[in-house]
Design a protein around this ligand. Sequence first.
Ligand code: NDP
Ligand code: 8X3
Length: 250
Amino acid sequence: MKLEGRHALVTGATSGIGEACARVLHAEGANVTLVGRRKARLDAFARELGDRARTLPLDVRDRDAVASLVLAREQGPLDVLVNAAGLALGLSPLHEATLEDLETMIDTNCKALVALTRKFVPEMVARKTGHVVHIGSVAATYPYPSGHVYGATKAFVHQFSQGMKADLAGTGVRVTCIEPGMVETEFSKVRFAGDDARAAKVYEGMQPLSAGDIADLVLFAVTRPAHVNLNVIEVMPVAQGFGPFVVKRA
Ligand code: NDP
Ligand code: 8X3
């Protein structure tokens, strides 16, 4: 499918994967609507892209704001929704994590993603065309110490995506969940609350994926012929693998 003249809304467009997705979709001719909280970044990004880019500064957790969102008419009806906004907060065991951080992850990664999807899918179904792309994570499938709620939010995204596929079969609307491993973005800076040195250590001595690597997959998924639905795409850096089972011995 060609993207020229189609309208894509990308959340998390101020940074990392969302920003890279908006960039490639725009480069392929899509009209893009950029969503994120940091307005100055959105404005600068839209100026850089030029024509066909609009901004929607928004906290995706704001349920009323999402419900009353109105997209610029000249962008056309929404064809592609990329739900990239999301975060992990902290990396400590559940019994030491703050409930506030845990709830922020659930509110952003799950509830906001559902609200945005619920907002735009009915019109896609009515138009018999559209594509929703969720950015999940390998953390949905492979647990790691202190990944508890973050992993659980991404398991939600995985299953929500599959459930949507069940409902959307035959409607003409597609849904894809892209599940990356380590991608070097601002993700670790956010997770470690601005401790840049600790964030940099996450990617030390290995080659992580880039945001552009994930954007390539999003572009691939949304440009398949209209009858092809990529359900789930899991991707890791070559340098990443799985941990062994841990056995604590007396
Ligand atoms: P970044 O921190 O670089 O980007 C996160 C984006 O989410 C920012 O644009 C941020 O915008 C936006 N965002 C966060 N909270 C909100 C909110 N309440 N309202 C609106 N926007 C919000 O990280 P990534 O690009 O890496 O993360 C993108 C997605 O990819 C996330 O869902 C993450 O879980 C997932 N992911 C990341 C991996 C990685 O290793 N980096 C691996 C697997 C999945 P702003 O702060 O301006 O609001
Ligand atoms: C982000 C990747 O491995 O830090 O979803 O959970 S990981």
